[in-house]
Design a binder for this molecule. Sequence first.
Ligand SMILES: [Zn+2]
Length: 706
Amino acid sequence: MATSYKPSVLFRKALDRSLAVTACALAACATPPPEPASAPATAPASKPAPPPRPKAEIGAWGVDVSGIDKAVAAGDDFERYANGGWLDRFTIPADLSTYGVFVQLGLDAEGDVRTILQDLSQEEHEAGSIEQKVGDAFAAWMNTEAIEARGLAPLKPHLDKIAKLRGRTAIADAFATLHNTSPYGMGIIPNPADTTQYIVFAAQDGLGLPDRDYYLKDEPRFEQYRAAYLKYIETMLGLAGIKRPKSKAKRIMSLETKLAKAHWTQAESRDIKKIYNPMSPAALAKLAPEFNWPAALKKMGLDAVKTIVVAQPTAIQASGKIVRKTRLGTLRDYLTFHFIRNHATVLPKAFDDGHFDFYRKTLRGIEVQRERWKRGVNLINDGMGEAVGKIYIKRHFPPAAKQQMDELVANLIAAFRERLQQNDWMDEQTRQQALTKLSTFEPRIGYPDKWIDYEPLTVSDDAFANARAIREFQWQDQVKRLAGPVDRKLWPYPPQTVNASYNPLLNQITFPAGILQPPFFDPKADPAVNYGAIGAVIGHEIGHGFDDQGRRFDEMGKIRDWWTEASDEAFNQRTEMLGAQYASYEPIEGMNINPKLTMGENIGDLGGVQMAHAAYRRYLSSCCNGEAPVINGVTGDQRFFLGWAQVWRAKYREDEARQRLTTDPHSPPRYRIIGVVRNVDAWYDAFGVTAENKLFLPPGERVRIW
Ligand SMILES: [Zn+2]
């Protein structure tokens, strides 16, 4: 669940997104749909016994009771209490680096999308139709014989071109080429100064390892990653028939290490105040003349642009200087290696295997490569996701689900409004601004009203060519919108995605069909569970509008400081307390949670659960005089917190966990559970938690922000 003001760099987006399920905190698709409910989740339940209700998809009331470990006191370790049974029994499949509810739903959706693709392949389709494009792209990806038969032929013209680059201008031109890697990346977002218009941004880029820390951290495991990366560079160059791969690998590594030193940290790069640096193309050309910006912008189709937001100016500037001091031969080798890397998964098996060995096995701890069709499904989801999504929602998203979600979202917003009105640390002026901002929130549920037009995309029976065509299409699709007003109807991902997000520039919260399933949302589950699960997710996304970065945007999505000094200080006091709590958690020996990197998500989680609990209380007072039925001896509040804890049950391989601690703005799932509940008074009451328990915090140390 990401805040998306820091958009992914679209230009030169890495090709291998086919493992999105394991690559992102949250990803791909969905399970078969819950049947439309016979009674809405918000229907009144009579007292004292609950009415007979249709069976929830998980357990009797929406929670996997067999996953609970009652041997542990809830107040000592709420993750173990809620999920201990599952944690003990479950083993991560060999082809995955992590497993949890997100992955599980993603795998279900993968299967659903596969069925759609298979159905499409059995029908005749008009050439140029979207069905033909999707079907052919999948078939080309699956045709490994053809990929093997083409061998190095697809690579050759491109590598020859790089080998012939002469002079600094030619190198700068290559850096501005979509399929190459370069020290900067480009993207297009709504302009934070006027969110009705788009603006171009430039950001640091150009590393083959996940983050600067991987080059610089003085720890044994990171040293091993570096050694393996060196070997990987050598392998890729060798496979492509490049001479002296070993010495070239060393020089490429040395260049990237210099770039890494110039890069900003992940925490700095999510600070909107620091990364919002608008400048003219002339100023950018002065900042880093080595990249020959006038020609580069022209090449990228951005020559009419008047302003560019430069996310990390010092990094771009330093990268230019590093490039200037690097020998042309090394720069050609760097471009050559990354070109191969960017296309490795659509080249013969040896490349694909080498890529897997390093990026999946070494960096994430995954044991075996995923089945090819699964990777193909993810390729389609990433490249032409909405084309499949249109069919997916017809099959898997009943209209009744949309209606119930509308109600849940409305209740969450109402609960938050009430909490803002009662908030005791904000002054009146700031409160009014916050209420104004809340009133402009736009929820989007299920699927987009307007779909991406894939007309300009050409697909053939050549997987290599298709990968490039998709990347070009995605970039051109952005560039063509640049001149016009911001299209508020676009979605950041297809509806089969298991995720949710907030975009502070547009003040939109988005919940795709993929996440609107058990255990997040089940129309037949007990309302307490729905409020604790999807309700807290909705609250989390609303909370992003008011987290440490989101609060810097106003109701129009503009960056504007609408906070009085006193409210600003009161907010910071609270977030510092919360940050100190998270900084004390050590998920891997020697690696604590980075409180600055995870601050926004932690605020989202805490606010989300508190907001959802208030919304659940509102619901109870509207239906049942404020009292929840007890089901199988479990109270309403207990079910609420179990709902939250069970959507975050997850396991990680250690390398994966290390990578996420370095780069992921979300805290590890265990801390999304225990780090939150110990700050919520209602949790103490629900489980009888006292000062004797390990997770106990004295009331004065519990953080309440929203
Ligand atoms: Zn989030």
